[in-house]
Design a protein around this ligand. Structure first.
Ligand SMILES: [Zn+2]
Length: 139
């Protein structure tokens, strides 16, 4: 449970990301998240979807699919801006978490439109590498 608590923000971001691209529904999202290694039951997912809707980040409507009512969720304008904000935070976190493993420079940034600017030309990569060495020498 503690693990799910820690990961719940990531799950919400996954959901918002997909709801920004197309209308999503519970079982579809459970499958999609399953492919990323998140095993969610309907009993866990639906409260998350309802919470996102209550916060105004997604809105829902029902549609008749093969004789059954299916609830579809789409991102709202407010959901889009919170997702854009979260993307800048995820970018920063990603850089820090993988600082040592990354073979390319992430000195770039992601803007509110989700555009990623990598500062990763080969010359700037060399510059990024050279900096810490200089700093160490001056200590
Ligand atoms: Zn996904």
């Amino acid at each position: 449970m503690g693990e799910r608590n820690l990961l719940s923000g990531l799950i919400r971001l996954h959901i918002l990301h997909h709801a920004a691209h197309e209308p999503i529904f519970g079982l579809g999202i459970i499958e999609e998240l399953g492919q990323h290694g998140y095993k969610l039951s309907a009993g866990t997912l639906y409260p998350i979807l309802h919470g996102l809707e209550k916060s105004g980040y997604v809105s829902s409507r029902t549609e008749l699919v093969a004789g059954r009512q299916r609830r579809l969720y789409v991102i709202t304008e407010s959901g889009k801006s919170v997702l854009a904000l979260a993307k800048t935070k995820v970018w920063e976190l990603f850089r820090e978490l993988f600082e040592d493993e990354l073979r390319f420079s992430t000195a770039g940034r992601v803007d509110e439109q989700g555009t990623v600017e990598l500062a990763g030309t080969s010359s700037s990569r060399a510059a990024v590498k050279a900096k810490p060495r200089k700093r160490k020498a001056s200590l």
